[in-house]
Write a protein that binds this ligand. Structure first.
Ligand code: FES
Length: 355
């Protein structure tokens, strides 16, 4: 069950003009709760002026040793978003010693370290979870290799430049690093320009044996992730080997569906943290909104179908999900839904947040 705890900020490191890394110290009694898999994220919560803002940020630090007591620190990357309520606060106000409310780790964009070849295509701040994935994999699994293809605007705007260079120095044989800058020529490496579907479809087979890659990790803006997935599918990569995490969704990328098909009255029954309840759904409400009115501890972060924090198992009834950028096809087929995007299509709907 996801929970918030106040964690002290142990370091604030400026990465670029518009991004920072925040490091939290994890007290001994909470380390088991903050144990995380490489690629997971943390939701941060800020309450100010009577409003609450939540944002999810990926953990960039390696996952803790499975045999240990859990992470002693957690580091996340935060990039400034235009007008972003939380990122502006993070870049301009947070200092060492502040306490922030941090949710326990969540997310299924993860890799269980195993021998083999893995690859990632990342754009901008999409490097953040992949940094944790690559560093954990190469440290734990001597028979694993990784090909990291990253794109950014310029070298100066590239997050975690030093951390990635350090990894390349430490694992020169096992980490292949390919950088593409869209607005700047590089002295060495690939010509500048966007990494779109056509370019990736041509580029990938020349970089690595595509059919041998056990897992692809695509992370960044919606357009890049979608283009990379289409390129991979076009060159024969099965969907089951592709993992995706989208960081920014253009509002025009997927329009929410209409409320057509909803019954006049419906009731949601939800199980959360071992306790259940049933409540009427008000017109136009998502399941999450109904549950939150009655159970303020219901898990969520983005409310936009992107982070997956509100994932719940649909026990009975039918729902319509407006947008889904978080659940993999296997999860929806298995019966999971995003509560923040789900609207009842039957008079009774039952969901379980604990499964
Ligand atoms: S709260 Fe982020 S997907 Fe629902």
């Amino acid at each position: 069950m996801a929970r918030f705890h106040p964690l002290p900020v142990a370091a604030v490191d400026r990465l670029t003009d518009d991004s920072v890394a925040l490091t939290f110290a994890v007290p001994a009694e909470l380390r088991a709760e903050y144990r995380h898999a490489p690629g997971q994220h943390l939701a941060l919560r800020r309450r100010a002026d009577g409003t609450e803002v939540r944002r999810t940020y990926s953990i960039c630090s390696p996952a803790p040793d499975p045999g240990g007591d859990g992470p002693h620190t957690l580091r996340v990357g935060v990039r400034l978003v235009d007008g972003g309520a939380f990122s502006t606060y993070a870049l301009k106000e947070i200092t060492v010693g502040d306490e922030l409310e941090v949710m326990t780790p969540a997310g299924r964009f993860t890799l269980d370290p195993a021998p083999g070849l893995y690859a990632a295509v990342v754009g901008g701040s999409g490097i953040t979870p992949v940094l944790s994935i690559v560093s954990t994999l190469l440290a734990r699994e001597p028979a694993a290799r990784f090909c990291l293809i990253r794109s950014d605007r310029t070298a100066a705007s590239t997050m975690f430049l030093d951390e990635v260079a350090d990894l390349k120095d430490r694992y020169p044989e096992r980490l292949q690093l390919v950088t593409v800058l869209s607005r700047e020529e590089q002295q060495a490496g690939l010509p500048s320009g966007r990494l779109d579907r056509e370019r990736l479809a041509r580029l990938l087979p020349s970089l690595l044996p595509v059919a041998d890659v056990a897992g692809w990790f695509l992370c960044g803006p919606f357009g890049l992730v979608q283009g990379a997935e289409q390129a991979l599918r076009g060159i024969g990569v099965p969907r089951s080997r592709i993992h995706e995490e989208i960081f920014h969704v253009d509002v025009t990328a997927a329009a929410p569906g209409a409320t057509a098909g909803a019954p006049a009255h419906s009731t949601v029954t939800a199980r959360l943290d071992g306790r259940g309840g049933s409540w009427p759904v008000r017109e136009g409400e998502s399941l999450l909104e109904t549950v939150l009115r009655n159970r303020p501890d219901a898990p969520y972060a983005c409310k936009g179908g992107v982070c997956g924090t509100c994932r719940a198992f649909l026990v009975s009834g039918e729902v319509r999900m407006n947008r889904n950028f978080a659940l993999e096809p296997e999860e929806t087929e298995a019966g999971y839904v995003l509560a923040c995007q789900s609207h009842p299509l039957t008079e009774a709907v039952e969901v379980d947040f604990d499964r």
